[in-house]
Structure formats: structure tokens, C-alpha cells
Design a protein around this ligand. Sequence first.
Ligand code: TPP
Length: 325
Amino acid sequence: MPAKTDVVSNEIKLQLYSLLYKTRATEDRIIALYRQGRIMGGVYTGRGVEATTVAAGLALEKQDYLFPIHRDLGAHLAKGQSVLNILLQYLGRGNSLTKGKDSGIHMSDTTLNIIGNVSHLGAMIPVAVGVAMAKKMQNEKVVTLNFIGEGGSNIGDFHEGLNFAAVHKAPFVLVIENNQYAYSTPAHKEYVCNRLSDRAQGYGIPGYHIDGTDALGVYATIKKAIEDARNGKGPSLIECLSMRMVGHSAHDDAFYVDKEQMKKYEKKDPFLRLEQVLRKEGLLDDKQIKRIQDTIDKEIEQATDIALNSPLPEAHWAAEGVYAE
Ligand SMILES: Cc1ncc(C[n+]2csc(CCOP(=O)(O)OP(=O)(O)O)c2C)c(N)n1
């Protein structure tokens, strides 16, 4: 069950709306740049799962640590990352956070407590639990949050990390983005339990199964799990059910995805859904929507210009910053 959404303030609701728009508009720009041949490597977008990534990122406090994975641009933006840094990274520029050494959103920003992922799914779970334990030992009230896909949740690290976190009451939250496909593999060929959140019982921790397309429900539930973790109650497992509305990455047309399922989830579009709610509540009207969207469009336009005019890395940088002294 999701937590009650009446705890979500109007200010947060509007922030969620802006961030959902910013995520979608930034991803649309990234895809356009990819189709122009300006981006090397894959482009893994979060269309359909943005309510989960944005709400989780926004529910964290400044001192908390975010461990995003490949589809979580919304979480980077919600934790305070700029569109410019995202575009510099995708375009492999020398002034990007990885200095052109990695692609996609595999990037850390220690000024924002964002720790980027390595490609191996699940490998960041024990790392995020380790950071949570370090902060606990230092008596700091810091929480770490990591995402995993429903596909990645079947990997050994999931068990080791979550069990360790449960035993040591680590201030840790694990969010499963269940978008029903792992590349071309449908969920029923990935696991046979009813709900992935039921696994929480086996670790002796709370498990929540919620609608991952409902930004308000996701925010309220994750916020509660974060505050429980901060107050010494240990970790939680939150399964957010949504649907990957595009292919695995920009080269993939998702021909293998069940079309009826897609149609069903088109009606649950996370962005339009929140817009409808906020209109009904009198928090948004046409004029405000235009103002919000125009401001974000301008930011993306300016960031694109700067990023495209930024230098590529020097060749000799390839060997620098690879090993720690
Ligand atoms: C251990 C491991 N195996 C395989 C891959 C290749 N791979 C990258 S993303 C992906 C699909 C993951 O599906 P899921 O965890 O459900 O996340 P989604 O992409 O659907 O958001 C695969 C198989 C990988 N990165 N790491």
C-alpha cells in the first residue's frame, strides 16, 4: 500500500510536475542529438518510469546519497543535477563530470551526493549499503537510496546487500523499478513470485508494492521509508510498478512488447496524470503550465548550445584519473 498522499505539500507537488516535464524534455533532446549522430553509446530513457525516479530523487534530503542506475535521469535532476552537466556527459565533452570517459548517465557528482553506477546490474546495492553503514557508524543521520530493475533484482548482489542491510539496520532504501521488461524479457520469465516486494518479508524488513506511475503516491511512500531509515528503523524495499514505454535503448523499437499492455499504460502516463490531478486541485492552469514549460525549454536550449560548443577531451587524458594514488 502507498503512504497517504495528503502529506505531500503543494510546493512539492509543483516541484514534481516541473521535474517530470524537465526529465521528459531533456530526454527528448538527448534522443534528438542521438539521431543526429552526435552521441556515442546507448541512450536509455525513463519514459513511463519517471514518476518513480523523480519522486525518489526529490524525497531525499541534501545530505542523503543517491545511487541511480541507467534509466534514472529524473532522479539526477531531482537531486539537483543541471541539464548542462547531463548533456555534457552524453556528448562526451572534456568538461563533463567524467571528462568524456564514460557515456549515458554513468556519472557521479560528489557535490550533490550522487554516486554513479557501474554497468553491472546490482553491483551498486552492496556499495550503497556500505555507504549507509559508514554514515551510521559516524553517527550521521544520512540515508542512501539505490534503484534496481525487476530484471536486476534477480542477481546475487540483491540478496547479499539487502540481507546485510537488514541485519545491521542500515539506513538504506532499495527501490525496484518494475517496468515489466528487462530488455526483451517479459517479467513472467524473470521471476515467478507474485510481487517482488514480498521478498522483503524474507529479510524481515518492510516491503511496499505501489503504482510507480503515480508521482504523489511514490513520493509519500519513499519519503516515509527514508525517514524510517533515518530514525533507526532500518531498510525498506519498495516495488514501483510501471511500464517501459520505449525500447530498452534508443536503437530498439520494442517490437516484442505486448501492445495491449502499452495501450493500458498510455492512459497512466506519469506526467499527464500528475498534470490532471494538479489542475483539478487548482494548483495549475494553462498559463502556469506554459510558464513552467517555457522556462525549462529555455534552459534546455541554452544548455544544448553550451554543451555542443564545449571541447572534446584531450587524447592524453585517457590514462589520467584512472587509478587512485
Ligand atoms: C549483471 C549484468 N547483466 C547484464 C547486463 C546487461 N543489461 C544492461 S540493462 C539490462 C536489462 C535490465 O533490465 P531491468 O533490470 O529490468 O532494468 P530496465 O532496463 O528494464 O530498467 C541488461 C540485461 C548488465 N548490465 N549487468
